[in-house]
Ligand binder design. Structure first.
Ligand code: QAP
Ligand code: CO
Length: 167
């Protein structure tokens, strides 16, 4: 297993569109294991392949308290959503920034698991937020893009400054 390097906003590569996985093979299972290890080490509750500069439709999530409930979503599709909720989101690619974002409260998603089996997930609350946040990454979208231009500019400035300081 390996800890992968996470891209930091405003890295251009975070805006690449991920392509579907044609075959859930051993190389994809290795990617899933490495992404899970990277997410748990961070620690985080969700990670999309885009964030580790792999532009394939692969997501790992574990929003459980005990951190023992890994959810793998390959080629995820949102079938339906309803309601609306506001949640304070963060992102491993935008360290130290937490902002409220409005999203649907419940989503139904289909995806393949690490064995390539199709399943359906009905998510609500934090898990629903996490699923939508990670699917956005696969489309090249970072949560800060839901914020005002003013806030986005401030966040870019803050992260660029921090990047300079740690060089
Ligand atoms: C997405 O985010 C998410 O700034 C997953 O310094 C977040 O795992 C979905 C993290 C909130 C729903 C609600 C962020 C770790 C982790 C940071 C994460 C940081 C260290 C973020
Ligand atoms: Co994120």
């Amino acid at each position: 297993m390996a800890i992968l390097q996470i891209l930091h906003y405003p890295d251009e590569r975070l805006h690449k569109i991920a392509v579907p996985v044609a075959d859930v093979d051993d190389s994809i299972r290795k990617l899933v294991r490495d992404m899970a290890e990277t997410m748990y080490a961070a620690p985080g509750i969700g990670l999309a392949a885009t964030q580790v500069d792999v532009h394939r439709q692969v997501i790992v999530i574990d929003s459980s308290e005990a951190k023992n409930d890994l959810l793998v979503l390959i080629n995820p599709q949102i079938l339906s959503c309803d309601g609306m909720q506001e949640y304070e989101e963060g992102c491993l690619s935008v360290p130290g920034v937490y902002e409220k974002v409005k999203r649907p409260e419940r989503v139904t998603v289909t995806a393949l698991d690490a064995e390539g089996r199709l399943f359906t997930l009905e998510a609500a609350g934090l898990l629903a937020v996490c699923v939508q946040h990670e699917i956005d990454h696969l489309k090249g979208k970072v949560f800060v893009e839901y914020l005002s231009q003013l806030k986005q500019g401030r966040i870019k400035h803050k992260l660029k400054k921090r990047l300079r300081e740690t060089m």
